[in-house]
Write a protein that binds this ligand. Structure first.
Ligand code: URA
Length: 210
């Protein structure tokens, strides 16, 4: 992807995102909408995947048919909210390998703390798509990408639902080689590090915690 930030303005994504933002939307509906939007975002983030052809036989004749080239993709969920995006992307790319990076945000310093790291082998040969619904301060996203690069990844994309300008700037500074795809670029962060207008705490809203 050539652009650092892509905002996917598809009407279905924007409509579903508005439903997700509404505070009265239930946990079950929130999760379902996130799954649907992530499928649409996955379509966009995989638009320029390398292709090759293979010989197949249709009921009519043989043909050279297009297929994805190279090793299977790696989808990396940044826990825990990443799992909500992961499911929809995985629906669309079921053969992808899946990894998890466990980071939680220290509510005082807003800095990420690692508690889990398990990723597919041969990351250096795969397109790696890291998923986290909220790109807020960018601290945990930058830390997760640091870890993925340490594990060998060289071709990484970052998929989120909402981004704050502060997080986009932080990612661009730390990882200018990692394109970001999002459904919306919101106004700013508030003093607690939440995206404004945002949708609140994505993990709480998808899992019904507080
Ligand atoms: N994480 C969230 O879940 N929501 C925000 O607004 C910011 C970070």
């Amino acid at each position: 992807m050539s652009q650092h930030l892509t905002v996917v303005s598809h009407p279905l994504i924007q409509h579903k995102l508005t439903l997700m933002r509404e505070k009265t939307t239930s946990t079950a509906v929130f999760r379902q909408l996130l799954r649907e939007i992530s499928q649409l975002l996955a379509y966009e983030i995989t638009r320029e995947l390398d292709m090759t052809t293979k010989m197949i036989e249709t009921p009519i004749q043989e043909m050279q048919a297009p297929v994805l080239a190279g090793k299977k993709l790696a989808l990396i969920s940044i826990l825990r909210a990443g799992n909500g995006l992961l499911d929809g992307v995985h629906d669309l790319i079921p053969s992808a390998r899946v990894g998890f990076v466990g980071l939680y945000r220290d509510e005082e310093t807003l800095q990420p703390v690692q508690y889990y790291f398990k990723v597919p082998t041969e990351l250096d040969e795969r397109l790696v798509i890291a998923v986290d619904p909220m790109l807020a301060t960018g601290n945990s996203s930058v830390a997760a990408i640091d870890l993925l690069k340490e594990a060998g990844a060289t071709n990484i994309r970052f998929l989120c639902l909402l981004a704050a300008p502060e997080g986009v700037a932080r990612m661009k500074e730390a990882h200018p080689d990692v394109p970001i795809v999002t459904a919306a670029l919101d106004e700013r962060l508030n003093e607690l590090g939440y995206i404004v207008p945002g949708l609140g705490d994505a993990g709480d809203r998808m899992f019904g915690t507080k």
